[in-house]
Design a protein around this ligand. Structure first.
Ligand SMILES: Cc1cc2nc3c(=O)[nH]c(=O)nc-3n(C[C@H](O)[C@H](O)[C@H](O)COP(=O)(O)OP(=O)(O)OC[C@H]3O[C@@H](n4cnc5c(N)ncnc54)[C@H](O)[C@@H]3O)c2cc1C
Length: 294
């Protein structure tokens, strides 16, 4: 799973109406989430580039970078650098406690968040792939149950949403299509674009979409992405559905007030239910209605 934690963002000086951003992408960032996943307005994307220096100039700021052996320059208003994070495990003498760690990944834990010393557990950034406040909170809850109350709670069972607070926001929960395929699951995808949602049109917030991945042949939501002005607020409805094992077909029957942007979720449910109208079901429905009229 790739979570966009530390790209280097630069906003082009000449794109006043643009809401994103050029990315200057370090060569070691292995698994970038393609911008096309999100339909974002990407003004420029420089992959495998190494920033060599930055300078102030009369017209703004200049970013110098090397890409494919050539030095190039980009003039920008502002520079936002995602420097990344490293676990602070130096000097803890974890060796003496028999706790294994990796300098990059941090403290190594199993799915129950137990370290290599069974009396010591880990929670939060220092041991999780998810580097979020809510992930730290819920991993600490697992540790309390497992360490103090004989629990066997697993981190892999958590339904973990996240949101990137760009404009529009990008929120996600569960699996991406490629994650599902890697796990041998076939998926059906349902998308509703906000340009088709009345409230988004009224709000002038047509950019973005809701996308659901459902396990093929079953009404089971595997994951979802929302790109919208308030995607971070809307993703929780899907997290609830996933945590409670409520399928997309059932979401279609949840009444949403009109007009709201969250109606896009129900509309994806409607799209899912329409796929259940197979030719055989259609034929029998036709016969039933004809009989009702007779
Ligand atoms: C700029 C930035 C923005 C972020 N924005 C978001 C966001 O919008 N939403 C979100 O969900 N997450 C966000 N995060 C991530 C979030 O802050 C972390 O995931 C979260 O704080 C992890 O909690 P934690 O308790 O595991 O670690 P921390 O909050 O880092 O707490 C660890 C504590 O341990 C202390 N400590 C470290 N080493 C030692 C030591 N040797 N001895 C004693 N104490 C020690 C530290 O001082 C610190 O107080 C952001 C992070 C950054 C850096």
């Amino acid at each position: 799973m790739s979570v966009p934690l530390a790209p280097v963002l630069v906003k082009p000086a000449d794109a006043h109406n643009a809401r994103l951003v050029s990315y200057v992408h370090p060569p070691d960032w292995q698994n970038p989430t393609p911008a096309s996943c999100y339909n974002l307005v990407v003004i420029g994307l420089r992959l495998n580039a190494t920033i060599t220096r930055v300078e102030r100039s009369a017209g703004g700021k200049l970013v110098y970078y090397e890409a494919q052996g050539k030095e190039e320059t980009l003039a920008v208003d502002e520079i936002l650098a995602g420097a990344g994070r490293a676990p602070n495990i130096e000097g803890l003498n974890l060796e003496a406690a028999g706790v294994q760690y990796d300098r990059r990944k941090g403290v190594l834990v199993n799915d129950c968040l137990q370290t290599s010393n069974p009396h010591i557990y880990g929670a939060g950034d220092v041991c999780l792939d998810w580097k979020f406040t809510h992930a730290a909170d819920f991993s600490a809850r697992i540790v309390i149950q497992n360490a103090l109350f004989l629990g066997r709670k697993k981190a892999s069972a958590l339904t973990m949403p996240w949101c990137t607070y760009t404009d529009p926001e990008i929120a996600h929960v569960g699996l991406y299509e490629r994650d599902a395929r890697e796990r041998g699951m076939e998926v059906d995808t349902y998308v509703r674009e906000f340009k088709e949602v009345d409230r988004a049109v009224l709000d002038g917030e047509e950019d973005g979409f809701v996308k659901f991945h459902v396990r093929k042949g079953r009404d089971e939501i595997l994951g979802a992405t929302i790109v919208a002005r308030h995607a971070g607020e809307m993703i929780s409805e899907i997290s609830v559905a996933m945590a409670a094992r409520i399928g997309l077909g059932k979401l279609a029957s949840v009444i949403h007030p009109y007009p709201t942007q969250a109606e896009a979720l129900r509309q994806c449910g409607d799209a899912y239910n329409r796929t259940r109208l197979t030719p055989t079901v259609k034929k029998w429905m036709g016969r039933w209605l004809a009989w009702q009229r007779s």
